[in-house]
Design a protein around this ligand. Sequence first.
Ligand code: G1P
Length: 299
Amino acid sequence: MTTLNTGISKAVIVAGGRGTRFLPATLAIPKEILPILDRPVLFYALEEAANSGLTDIVLISAPGKAVMENFVTLRVADLERALGDHPSGPEVRRLMDALTVTIVHQEQPLGLGHAILQAADAVGDEPFAVILPDDIVDAPEPVLAQMIRAHSQFPGIHIGVEHVPPETVSAYGIVAIEPAVNEQQSTEQDGIFRVTGMVEKPAPSDAPSDLGIVGRYILPGAIFDAIRRTPPGARNEIQITDAMEILRAEGTPAYALAFDGIRYDAGNPLGHLRAAAAFALSRPDMADAARTILKDALS
Ligand code: G1P
């Protein structure tokens, strides 16, 4: 059994979805390869993993997503040829050098829990991170780095959460947390809460809070066995939230981190637009032109 888990090295990036919210574009191209400005959505997930000190990526892909697989398996020689002395070169090379990628297929779309289960052999018994690349977080310190730190303090399940508008709770996994009491006080100050229950896509009247799960997790190796024991839940799919709840109820401590950062849902066209606008405004090479373009569009 692993003790202090600062040694987390693997991240499962779940990219097996069909991207129905991006049809018709996704007839031709996986949503993970649609660019936000000049970087594919997947690039932000790879960057977060590398900048959090992770080295091994397990990419959950699906049949028909070869374009995405080609992107992560670019060889150094191809990179050199394609990038030349383009300004993005050093950043792209650094990323590709830092990460080893294993691709695993989810043959059928049976849910997020089922997708993560496909990584069982590649991950083994150790705790690992999960990234849902639709959720892009702009943060002073990468969200996974924040979570890995919390995990080294409090071993167990860790989930990234944020307050979501009450009318949208049924789009998320929602957590119930323990109120701050004595020994929990210090953890709550750090934005770390002890989770007392989780429910996937509750009706607003059944939601235990407004804390929605965003696409970042640290999970113990035991999650794979829990997923195998998880019956289909919301949308008749095997849900990771339900599998985590099984482990939690059996005694694995679970924590929610209200992380420092802004989340963008790049899995739908308007969320994508919001991310593109925000990122353009924050990039020194684009900010001035972006401000003019956005002002013009509004007027
Ligand atoms: C998934 C998870 C859900 C989580 C959400 C975050 O749902 O099942 O718990 O809140 O991602 O983006 P999906 O968006 O795939 O329906």
